[in-house]
Ligand binder design. Structure first.
Ligand SMILES: Cc1ncc(COP(=O)(O)O)c(C=O)c1O
Length: 425
């Protein structure tokens, strides 16, 4: 149900001028006016509070308004809200670069700051292409990507997302064409990928993978063994391995990075979303020293020509440093394991409901997959009636709550999924 009270003045005046995300604006119900957040709660203009089941697109890992992040950002705001990163450097960014390099798998020693996840992916693709150019491998201009993959909304990122099934499918004919194959269903199917690479590696700059969980493509999981096998094949065929951990990073799938679970070190790593604790937009692209070295030259054309105006924004860096402090103080591995068990157990009864195809959980991600063609959008308002913020898409109802959620709130989320799905006809 949409807020029955008269909407606030700012809402009525501004909404006719807003173009909303992922939204057929002719058909979609209007958005809910929200006025505040705290902990795992979203407060609506009419005073209702919703328990957040998806952490603001998977980013608010410490919940909202965390006092430690807030204090760090306020201090930074007073000292220096922004300064360009071209020709100038500042402590929040360099401290963050060193910390990210230290937390990433050994060898990913160089950090390029971006202003969102999509831009972190663009930078990764650009680095991979230019690495090849700088090495004299100008024929390696294509990427290998995967069915159900999603890497962002900018054109380069769209081109390495699934061209047929993603939300960008309307653009299939307008984007550069890359190779798209299925993620091997199990380790025995790695041979297919091996054969594919044997035929095509000579034209491929890199493969790009969402490790362990493909998010916006439908919350599809693959095993650490399959991921490790894909990484091994990339190595064997001299194809760079880009891990897009924008959704999976920072303990979401159980370990600090999903790549750690598989014991692999990508050549390029993309971070975003929870990087700033979900407070300020920021992405980061990490590369190995070997890749970085390929850009060192007496020739300026060999340099990475990229530099968004707001890259390494000091407020975002301060938030990210504070978020890393929190992860250091409160390691998440145990809690994420508990969340996984509770999600699995709590969602399992959905398996017998009509129209349910699968129920699965990995880390702090719980998924109920429905039959394709289910009218998923009609479910959204019903969750609000249950006092929770859950936003199903494609064929999945999923939970990706803040990692700080307590058992009480988690149980309310899980029970709302059961109730709403059981009431479907
Ligand atoms: C795996 C992955 N890569 C990239 C992105 C794009 O990030 P952003 O929305 O910050 O541009 C997303 C966003 O959902 C994502 O899940």
């Amino acid at each position: 149900m949409i807020d029955p009270d008269p909407p606030p003045e700012w809402y009525a005046r501004g909404l006719p001028h807003a173009w909303l995300p992922y939204c057929q604006m002719k058909l979609a119900p209007p958005p809910l006016p929200v006025v505040r957040t705290h902990g795992c709660r979203i407060v609506l203009a009419d005073g209702r509070e919703l328990i957040d089941g998806i952490a603001s697109w998977w980013s608010a890992c410490h919940g909202y308004n965390h006092p430690h992040i807030r204090a760090a950002v306020e201090r930074q705001l007073a000292a220096m809200p922004h300064v360009m990163f071209g020709g100038l450097a500042h402590e929040p960014a360099l401290r963050l670069a060193a910390r990210l390099a230290a937390m990433a798998p050994p060898g990913l020693s160089r950090v390029f700051f971006a202003d969102s996840g999509s831009i972190a992916v663009e930078v990764a693709l650009k680095i991979a292409l230019q690495f090849r150019l700088n090495r004299g491998q100008s024929e390696r201009t294509r990427f290998l990507c995967f069915t159900d993959g999603y890497h962002g909304d900018t054109l380069g990122a769209m081109a390495v997302s699934d061209p047929a099934r993603s939300m960008h499918r309307a653009f299939a004919g307008c984007l550069p064409r890359h190779h798209v194959v299925d993620i091997p269903a199990d380790p025995s199917r790695l041979a297919d990928l091996d054969r594919f690479l044997a035929r095509h590696a000579h034209e491929i700059a890199a493969m790009i993978v969402e490790p362990l969980v493909q998010g916006a493509g439908g919350m599809r999981f693959h095993s650490p063994e399959v991921l490790a096998g894909m990484h091994r094949l990339a190595r064997e065929h001299d194809v760079l391995f880009i891990a897009d951990e924008i959704a999976t990073g920072f303990w979401r799938t159980g370990d600090r990075l999903a790549c750690e679970t598989a014991g692999i070190r990508p050549d390029i790593l993309c971070l975003g979303k929870a990087l700033t604790g979900g407070t300020i937009t920021m992405g980061a692209t990490l590369a190995t020293e070997d890749i970085f070295t390929a850009f060192l030259s007496d020739d300026w054309d060999a340099a990475l020509m990229h530099g968004p105006t707001f890259m390494a924004n000091p407020l975002a860096c301060a938030a990210a440093n504070a978020s890393l402090d929190l992860f250091e103080r409160e390691p998440k591995a145990d809690r994420v394991r508990q969340i996984e068990a509770r999600l699995r157990e709590g969602l399992e009864p959905c398996r017998t409901l009509p129209g349910v195809v699968d129920v699965r959980a990995r880390g702090a991600i719980g998924v109920v997959q429905l039959e394709e063609g289910t009218d998923i959008y009609s479910l959204r308002p019903r969750f609000v009636d249950e006092g929770v913020w859950i936003r199903p898409f494609k064929d999945v109802v999923y939970l990706m709550p803040p990692l700080v959620i307590d058992d009480h709130d988690l149980d309310i989320l899980v029970s709302a999924v059961r109730t709403v799905l059981a009431a479907r006809r």
